[in-house]
Design a protein around this ligand. Structure first.
Ligand code: AMP
Length: 631
């Protein structure tokens, strides 16, 4: 075993040597002339002059060695469909799709918006764009027409690819219908809409001259061979929009060579996965996790990747573990929210299937509370590794490195800075570095390593101001996350710095109070927000989902539980963090990617109207908050 600390140190002290070696993990059409160029910080360019292509690395380069091995495994528990593609079959499909796109005018540098449910064609169209050197922008299917229109106007695509509908919880969710609405609102609509018609929406309307049927065109290009378009390493590969502090979404722009190298390296050092194995990432291709670890990461590494359309508890809460057993999954990647959903079910489901192929479960996207982490670790009997990253970084910033060295898990911590990330926890006002155990904001000293955003699409100024403009004296990438490093060097993420609660002059992270509440055995899930208070400025108010609704069936039961939960917080964090009120609800309002709609909860708790709700998963959950507050 190698030494993870030495590996990390070298990545910071000798980035040229370190990343020059990692660059050999991918194929280059023309090798890079220079590993790192940073004449204009915070901009930087990786692998300058190198020419490569994401589709070549994900598909073509595996044909000789593993052409007959599985590449894509498509499973839908919604429609019952299962489809398997070897690398050779995937290559054929991607070529056909690339030929279709080319016939519709897609070329190098053109943008293509992909608005699709979790079907194989979604992945195939991303790879086809990459093959042509076109820039895809996948928009999550849960976004409403207005959000889609905003993204269309920013990316100005020549083509939009969609399906008629997705399926969720047994119901068809129309997509094309929303596309029609979005295009009606957009100022820069695409010339064509390419539709994968699954036959799920009999009401779908076709717009003559604009809408094109993918199946028809695909038939015309059955033996098409579309040559790879080689791109300079720093040309854009894709745009992925993420929410900022303003209403206008930020188009995170990723490069080609740096991204491919970062993903290839992560598959080895972080996920400790082997080519030929199977990875199951339960995200959606509309999120960064889906881009990096459903599509590009596993395929670049020569692994099979599972594309799953369905819920974790349908047809029953064992469905994921059956997939692991049936497809010999070695590496799984999910989110804490999903595990908390499973935690409400009978733990016997975790033992029903043979999970001997599974080596790791990785979790990311939100804080992983210790009780949930312990529950799933004990239940599965494999290491559960929390790791921390953002849409902007494209891969993990804080993680353990099982591919380099076995490092013990510390519950509640995503581990140490990943190689390439020179992380500093600093005081959010002064930029002064914090000592061990001291809370500050997590920042990264530039250059950002390969794989991280190159800029904000079409807006270099916004890239500089939003991410590097916090301190006058030093350029630091500002994550907006509270963090601390303990005496052993493990980092802890303490919630968003923009969700801070200031109560009577004391700053409290909502995450800290949530963790304390989660330690109460009666609670399944909680959200804490800061609510305006005349005397103290803000007070924490909690919304809690109970495991057993019988506990709160009566007013007396609710009052008793509220007191005992508040006592738990006082016990763990002291009276300063004591919630002012706790409301008990059946579910918490979340986005369809599982993030809590904290600002909307806070607005309702303060008697204000909610903001943008287009990403809301279950409207009833928000209504419940409204009712709870009104009582
Ligand atoms: P997104 O860009 O939507 O993936 O969200 C990134 C944000 O999710 C980060 O800034 C953190 O606030 C949060 N996050 C992601 N991973 C973790 C983690 N492992 N622990 C705590 N928070 C996380």
């Amino acid at each position: 075993m190698r030494d993870a600390q030495a590996f990390y140190r070298r990545s910071i002290s000798d980035p040229d040597g370190f990343w020059g070696e990692q660059a050999q993990l991918i194929d280059w059409h023309v090798p890079p002339k220079q590993v790192l160029a940073q004449s204009n910080p915070p901009f930087r360019r990786w692998f300058v002059g190198g020419e490569t292509n994401l589709c070549h690395n994900a598909v073509d380069r595996h044909l000789a060695e593993r052409g007959e091995q599985p590449a894509l495994i498509y499973l839908s528990t919604e429609t019952g469909e299962e489809r398997y593609y070897t690398f050779t079959e995937l290559h054929r499909e991607v070529n056909r799709c690339a030929a279709v796109l080319r016939s519709l005018g897609v070329d190098k540098g053109e943008r293509v918006v992909i608005y699709m449910p979790m079907i194989a064609e979604a992945v195939i169209s991303m790879l086809a764009c990459a093959r042509l050197g076109a820039v895809h922008s996948v928009v999550f299917g849960g976004f409403a027409a207005h959000n889609l229109a905003l993204r269309i106007d920013d990316a100005k695509p020549c083509l939009l690819i969609c399906a008629d509908a997705g399926m969720r919880g047994g119901r068809a969710v129309p997509y094309k219908h929303l596309v029609d609405d979005a295009i009606a609102q957009a100022k820069c609509p695409p010339a064509h809409v390419l539709i994968v018609d699954r036959g799920l929406d009999p009401e779908m309307q076709w717009r003559h001259g604009r809408d094109v049927d993918y199946r028809d065109l695909r038939e015309q290009f059955s033996d098409a061979q579309v040559p790879i378009t080689w791109l300079e390493s720093n040309e854009p590969s894709y745009i992925l929009y993420t929410s900022g502090t303003t209403g206008k979404p930020k188009g995170i722009q990723r490069d080609v060579g740096g991204y491919a190298v970062a993903l290839a390296a992560s598959m080895k050092h972080i996920y400790n996965a082997q080519p030929g194995e199977t990875m199951f990432t339960t995200s959606d291709i509309g999120w960064v996790v889906g881009h990096s670890y459903i599509v590009y990461g596993p395929l670049i590494h020569g692994m099979a990747s599972i594309v799953y359309e369905g819920l974790p508890i349908r047809p029953d809460p064992g469905v994921w573990w059956k997939i692991v057993q049936d497809h010999q999954v070695s590496t799984m990647f999910s989110s804490p929210t999903a595990i908390r959903v499973l935690k409400k079910q009978d733990p016997a489901w975790l033992k029903k299937y043979d999970l001997s192929s599974l080596r790791y479960l990785f979790l990311a996207g939100e804080p992983l509370d210790e009780p949930t982490s312990r529950w799933i670790t004990d239940g599965l009997g494999v290491p559960v590794l929390d790791h921390y990253w953002q849409t902007e970084t494209g891969w993990a910033m804080l993680t353990l490195l099982p591919g380099i060295e076995h490092q013990p898990v510390k519950f509640g911590s995503p581990g140490f800075p990943a190689y390439g990330f020179n992380i500093k926890v600093v005081n959010e006002l002064t930029g002064q570095e914090c000592g061990a155990g001291e809370k500050g904001v997590l920042t990264v000293v530039p250059p950002l390593p390969p794989g991280c955003l190159s800029t904000v699409w079409g807006d270099d100024e916004r890239y500089v101001n939003s991410y590097f403009g916090q301190f006058e004296h030093e350029l630091l990438y500002f994550s907006s996350d509270w963090a601390l490093r303990d005496a052993d060097g493990y980092y802890f993420i303490l919630g968003r710095s923009d969700d801070v609660i200031n109560t009577a002059g004391h700053r409290l992270g909502t995450r800290e109070i949530e963790e304390a509440l989660q330690a109460h055995p009666a609670l399944a899930e909680v959200a804490v927000v800061g609510v305006h208070d005349e005397v103290k400025g803000q007070v924490p108010v909690g919304f809690c989902v109970v495991k057993d609704p019988a506990l709160i069936a009566s007013a007396a039961g609710r009052a008793e539980l509220e007191q005992s939960c508040i006592a738990k917080v006082t016990e763990l964090l002291g009276p300063v963090a004591k919630p002012h009120r706790l409301h008990f609800v059946v579910a918490l309002p979340k986005t369809r990617s599982g993030k809590l709609l904290r600002r909307s909860i806070q607005a309702l708790a303060e008697g204000r109207e909610t903001g943008d709700l287009s990403t809301l998963d279950d409207p009833n959950a928000l209504e419940e908050i409204r009712r709870a507050v009104a009582q």
